[in-house]
Design a protein around this ligand. Sequence first.
Ligand code: SF4
Length: 415
Amino acid sequence: MGHHRISASGSSRWLKCFGSVELIEHLKASKMIPQRTYNAASQLGTAVHFVVEQVLLKKRKLKSFLGDMILEDGMKDEVLISKHELACARICIKYVKEEYKRTKKKANGKKVKMFPERKYDLTKIYNAPMGGTADITIIEFGGTLHIIDYKNGRMSVDVNDNSQLRIYALGAFYRFHKKYKFKKIKVTVVQPNDNHVDGAIRSQTVSVKALLKWEQKTLVPALKKVVSKKGKLVPGKDQCFWCEAKPHCEAYLKNKPKMLSKVMANIIPTTTINTLPEMHQLSREQLQHIVDDGDRVIKFYQDAKAHALGLMAEDRGALDGWTVTPKWGNRKLVSMAVITPLLQKKGIGPEEVTIAKEERIMTVTELEAYVNALKGWNKDEVAKFMKQATTRTQNGYVMYRCDTAADEFAEFIEK
Ligand code: SF4
């Protein structure tokens, strides 16, 4: 069973943008976008999924993966399994094992089964090439059908009404329900790398009736539009965010300014008098947007500031009201060959500036304090000596706001 044209993992997109499946296929066929895209994060995720699968299938022990280089289907580069990846996989494996044990205990002798990496093909059910692979499926006779999905990313995945997991659940439902007579459907996301308020493991349980209602009200009508080949392109923040067609999609490009202004309004909410709101004035939805997107905006501004600093340091265009100044590293002592004669001139032997117990020369601060406080040198003598006895290397530039002309010409005024 190969990849399905209408994948469960892409459902958050095609359930909202019905024409996206067709457009992506067209762009791939005309080589305008690659057949497959690889990035470091997704490859790392594939590698951790492989570790989880192998351990649950009892093919290998978890610890044996430490330091392994993994190259699996869906990857282009080898990925190193470090302690962190092992810890993430362990969280998922532990939860699955405990859940399986709990279900068995609760089932009291009734049939319970667990399947890692189970493929579900729903093509015949919906007359549409749809399906996908659920990371873990646990089925309990007369009880719960449980789908568990591991997510390695940092962007929080919402488990509630999650279409990808519901499609897996429907796949398992049509495959096993006749024999197992499920009463409830549980879906779980295990996501150790995000900092979700509800923790790394989040579940939602619904009745079979609720799942089938969602199927009839949401899934089936959307699928009909997708396979009709007349499905519209419907741009929106959620569906366009990860869409491969984005660079070539006219609907997206046309709507981009509108969507961006909506995103910006969500990230930077303002009050009716155009001021920034107090924290207690933020709604839960606003807070959600700020937390979801804030880091990207902060990074954007940091990158812009670094870019401006680079241009100004290279003297390639100043920005009004800003100036740059060299950033100096900490002072370091020059060699003792230079310092010793300077001290001897003042009647100080090198042994006096040596900390015998620790077999070292005084630090810059200790030396400065010593000649000042214990030897009674005056301010100018200390300054002159320290200038000769220490050195500092330039460590790039810093930019700062100069609000007045005096600031800008301060270095000349000082001279
Ligand atoms: S970019 Fe947006 S509008 Fe265009 S195909 Fe993708 S999801 Fe649809």
